[in-house]
Design a protein around this ligand. Sequence first.
Ligand SMILES: Cc1cc2nc3c(=O)[nH]c(=O)nc-3n(C[C@H](O)[C@H](O)[C@H](O)COP(=O)(O)O)c2cc1C
Length: 206
Amino acid sequence: MGETKKRREPKNALVLMGSPRPKGATAALVDCFVTQWHDQMRPEDPVQIIPAYEAALKPCIHCGYCKHTQGCTYDDFIPIDRAFQDADLLVVASPVFCLGFPAPLKAILDRTQQYYEAKFSLGIQKPVKRPKYALFLVTFGSSDSRGAAMMEEQLRLVFHLLNARLEHTIMARNTDTLPLDRKGLEDACQGVLQDFKTKMNATNRG
Ligand SMILES: Cc1cc2nc3c(=O)[nH]c(=O)nc-3n(C[C@H](O)[C@H](O)[C@H](O)COP(=O)(O)O)c2cc1C
């Protein structure tokens, strides 16, 4: 039987924020998460939030640099890499745009191709060393959850490279027509964090 590795208690939560609107539905959902993170886990520690539209990363140009040298030909990913390396819990928060991610967040996800090449071309087993839990927060205007499901699939691919395991997705649907159920979303975030705690305790006991 393989030995189960102990997990340290998550201290550093990182949110990749995909919405351009600081007062939109996604921001409200992130706010529910941050409130619960402080209530349940780390009252003192700030959550690092990277707004994808402000980070405004260049899109991957498939130049092949990362196939031969670890890293990227563009240096704008360096702070994001540092944040990925330090995070214990990774949250991707996004609205659905045309059944997918808004372009600036998609650019960040595509730039993780450098971890794929680090692993499969350069033989670096874990380009992101620290294992982490991951959570997907998604909002969409309609009741059609196909976009959210497709985005979840994309994230599973990327999370694998980030040494992250997607444990939960929280959806807020009908945001264009109905008011946000803030209480319901806070309860969902609370449940997710409780589950992380239970899983961690079980791993650390085993
Ligand atoms: C460019 C664009 C594309 C969108 N595409 C979809 C879509 O495919 N499916 C859907 O249900 N809602 C779609 N929406 C609605 C948004 O997902 C919804 O309003 C979301 O909650 C906005 O999040 P925000 O308030 O954080 O900006 C779209 C909105 C925009 C602006």
